[in-house]
Design a protein around this ligand. Structure first.
Ligand SMILES: *Cc1c(COP(=O)(O)O)cnc(C)c1O
Length: 227
């Protein structure tokens, strides 16, 4: 428990330092605590240390933890691959989905979003390093997909998410994150009201913040290595 609050404080210090270096306000950068594979007791400990937003990749696991943590006012973000037969659960239980990469998924999420909930907050996942194995739409397809998702009534398109190919070279990390930022700027120039760059994880959040990240998604640095 102690460890989690200590690590949360350490990651916030990293965020603040990276923001300073980039000449940005720390408050413009949000921390998503990625709790996949970790027990609900870890989430409780992070909440006790002031963390409210949690990211999960696997639907069944997320639903179990939500039930165990129903007494807490947590904000749940889905960041994993989406199967179209699972969209109803995402629409009903999450505040954000960062990993939308095709129109069919967005249409289903919009149709299935319960009317008593606010619009589902959406990021489009971009396969920025164009890896064959990766989720995400091709960078060349982002503009059209964004226009289409923006039209859907029960979704609010917020911006872009990406997981670049891992690199230990900071310049290479920054190049990939910069490409995502440029895609977001192109959407803004088309008149879309997008403001979100979901990028940066435990090992590359400084580079992401230098290039404009507004959500960093941090798992192992807070909760420890996963199995
Ligand atoms: C697991 C995961 C993270 C967190 O990764 P860490 O390296 O543990 O910080 C962030 N984003 C996505 C989409 C993930 O799947």
């Amino acid at each position: 428990m102690d460890t989690i609050s200590h690590c949360l404080a350490a990651v916030k210090a990293r965020i603040a330092q990276a923001a300073d270096l980039a000449g940005r306000q720390t408050a413009t950068i949000h921390l998503l605590a990625v709790s996949k594979t970790k027990p609900s007791t870890d989430i409780r400990a992070a909440y006790a240390a002031g963390q409210c937003a949690f990211g999960e990749n696997y639907l069944q696991e997320a639903l179990e933890k939500m039930a165990q943590l129903a007494d807490l006012p947590l904000e749940w973000h889905f960041i994993g691959p989406i199967q179209s037969n699972k969209t109803r659960f995402l629409a009903e239980h999450f505040a954000w989905v960062h990993s939308v990469d095709r129109l069919k998924i967005a249409e289903r999420l919009s149709a299935q979003r319960p009317s008593h909930l606010p619009p589902l907050q959406i990021c489009l996942q971009v396969n920025i390093s164009q890896e064959a194995s990766k989720q995400g739409c091709d960078p060349s397809a982002v503009s059209l997909l964004a226009q289409q998702v923006h039209q859907l009534p029960n979704l609010q398109l917020r911006g872009l998410m990406a997981i670049p190919a891992p690199s230990t070279d900071v310049n290479e990390q920054r190049r990939a994150f910069r490409a995502v930022r440029e895609l977001l700027e192109a959407l803004q120039q088309q008149g879309l009201p997008v403001d979100t760059l979901s990028m940066g994880m435990s090992d590359d959040l400084e580079a992401a913040i230098a290039e404009g990240a507004t959500w960093v998604r941090v798992g192992s640095y807070i909760f420890g290595a996963r199995r």
